[in-house]
Design a protein around this ligand. Structure first.
Ligand code: SF4
Length: 556
């Protein structure tokens, strides 16, 4: 009806994730890869999974039953590799390759049902990423009395078997379906159940279909089919879980109190049989409301002016991601497709962390740390969660070189550090932007209380220099708003030890504000066009599920 009347709408989460056909067939796939049976509900009987049936089900769910000629061969090869178990597994990457083969990228994100399906698939990527984050996490182990870095588990059939256990015995009950995109005040109708609406509010709420037997439900108070014997779980104890009219009344209260300004309660008169009004409706309306052809418009009202408190908050990196490609922002941040795990993940962060600790030690001791102290800090603080031992040692050596270079050229900085990882927040026209500056130096130009903001760039940071300049101008604007005397901004390239001054004068700040306001307006209004470019798409985490990706088949 909404579509027919051209009313924008979006469907919020429906049920447990695995009640959705997409998640259900994916669960079966991971069971089949390690020869396990699958069940979709906790108390179902597990059923064996056969390749032919699996292919038919994938075709039914993803292609309306049309043949997918390459699928059977693809799954067979995948299973062979999984069972051989000699190569490292990258679960999220393999999942995205499958989605690409299934043609998920051609789903129309402007169709709320399709975007809801995409949300469900994104939620499944979250399960895989959660599992992978735990299994592939590296750690230090004690060997010959010394701590030695060891990569996590990333291969072998047990990797898949334990994933199956995780899916079947934990994720099945723990992961809810996609609740709708995490967008900012989109001007659409949200369609959802009362249970899903708990804790949320809208300016106008409609509670339709208030007929008897529906609200309260005719099944309220029915004795559930308990599997636990009465000797263990007494009749009296069971009554606490039986629900009933009181519980339904509470639910009705929840529904009504979701409205901030206007609430519509309505019922229909006829379908095939005659329906009586809900007793709750009769109570609230003081009788059966008259039949109307259209609901009356609300009386004029002025919404409370608390909007300043409700400005959406966006981090600078989210805003920069939106600028780079709005569609990528939607797929990864709003829908929730997870990035693939890469060995060097966390490299930039851990170098920043070591530098911060070096600055802290300098401040505490009032002098520069010795080489031995720097080594000790590396030992304590440098950590790459998903590296194997060889990669870890290589990246550790690189990081030490960068930091030592920095210390030999810029050790004076450390004696001028005012704050590290300083939080900034800038109020703009329709939103608040926040972020953390790496380091703030005091005595810029030799004058006390004159500050300079420094942002470090590592080799793994793909952000262009122009975006760093934008970031420094935003932080400078926020700092000045707090009354700080921010006089300079620097981009420090750790790789070659060069430092460039970036403009943070009034002109630069004005243009950064204008740029940010325009980006935020697009982001908040839900405008997500694709900005494909070959280089960008090939490095994009969500390229496999994006129909605009400029990639060859080898890039997946
Ligand atoms: S693949 Fe390219 S167009 Fe698609 S989301 Fe990524 S960067 Fe944007």
């Amino acid at each position: 009806v909404f579509r027919w009347r051209n009313i924008p709408f979006r469907c919020a989460g429906r049920t447990g994730l695995f009640m959705q056909p997409e998640a259900s067939v994916l669960g079966k796939l991971y069971a089949w890869l390690c020869d396990n049976p699958w069940k979709n509900e906790r108390y179902d009987h597990p059923a064996p999974v056969h390749l032919n049936e699996l292919v038919v089900e994938f075709q039914a769910v993803f292609a309306d039953g049309a043949k997918m000629p390459k699928l059977q061969e693809y799954l067979t090869d995948w299973k062979k590799d999984a069972q051989k178990g000699s190569a490292p597994v990258n679960l999220v990457r393999d999942y995205y390759r499958l989605l690409n083969l299934l043609g998920v990228q051609s789903l129309d994100l402007d169709d709320p049902r399709a975007s809801s399906r995409m949300g469900c698939l994104a939620r499944f990527s979250q399960i895989l990423a959660d599992y992978e984050h735990v299994k592939r996490r590296a750690r230090y182990v004690e060997e010959d009395g010394k701590p030695v870095f060891r990569g996590g588990q990333d291969r072998g059939i047990w990797f898949y078997r334990q994933l199956f256990n995780y899916l079947q015995h934990y994720a099945l009950d723990a992961y809810e379906d996609f609740e709708g995109e995490d967008t900012f005040d989109l001007d659409t109708v949200d369609v959802l159940t009362v249970h899903q609406a708990k804790g949320l509010e809208w300016p106008i709420v409609f509670v339709p279909c208030l007929t008897s037997h529906r609200f309260p439900s005719s099944r309220a108070g029915e004795e559930p089919n308990w599997l636990i014997p009465e000797t263990v779980f007494s009749r009296k104890a069971r009554r606490r879980y039986a629900g009933g009219v009181t519980e339904e009344r509470r639910l009705f209260y929840v529904a009504m109190t979701r409205a901030k300004d206007v609430l519509y309660l309505s019922r229909f008169r006829r379908r095939t049989n005659r329906f009586r009004p809900s007793p709750f409706l009769l109570e609230v309306a003081g009788g059966d409301p008259p039949v109307v052809n259209r609901l009356p418009l609300p009386r004029k009202f002025t919404p409370p002016t608390d909007e300043a408190d409700e400005l959406p908050t966006v981090s600078f990196s989210e805003m920069a991601q939106y600028e780079d490609c709005p569609l990528r922002y939607r797929l990864s941040t709003s829908l929730g497709f997870q990035p693939q795990l890469v060995t060097e993940l966390g490299y930039g962060k851990t170098i920043h962390h070591v530098l911060r600790r070096i600055a802290d030690v300098t401040r505490e001791k009032g002098r520069l740390p010795t080489n031995k102290e720097v080594e000790a800090l590396f030992h304590e603080e440098f950590y790459l969660p998903f590296a194997n031992r060889a990669a870890f040692e290589q990246l550790l050596a690189n990081a030490k070189k960068l930091v030592k270079n920095y210390l030999s050229k810029y050790s004076d900085d450390l004696l001028r550090v005012w704050q590290t990882e300083r939080f900034f927040e800038l109020h703009l026209d329709g939103a608040v932007v926040n972020g953390r500056a790496d380091v703030i130096l005091d005595r810029e130009g030799g004058v006390p209380n004159r500050l300079a903001i420094v942002d470090y760039k590592t080799a793994t940071d793909a952000k262009p220099d122009d975006v760093f300049a934008f970031q420094l101008a935003i932080y400078a604007a926020a700092g000045r708003g707090e009354g700080l005397d921010v006089q300079a901004g620097y981009l420090h390239q750790l790789k070659d030890g060069t430092r460039r001054s970036m403009p943070v004068d009034d002109k630069a700040i004005h243009s950064a504000r204008t740029r940010a306001n325009s980006l935020l307006a697009g982001l908040i209004s839900g405008d997500f066009p694709a900005k494909p470019e070959k280089k960008k798409c090939r490095a994009c985490d969500v390229r496999a599920v994006c129909k605009h990706a400029i990639c060859s088949k080898y890039d997946y």
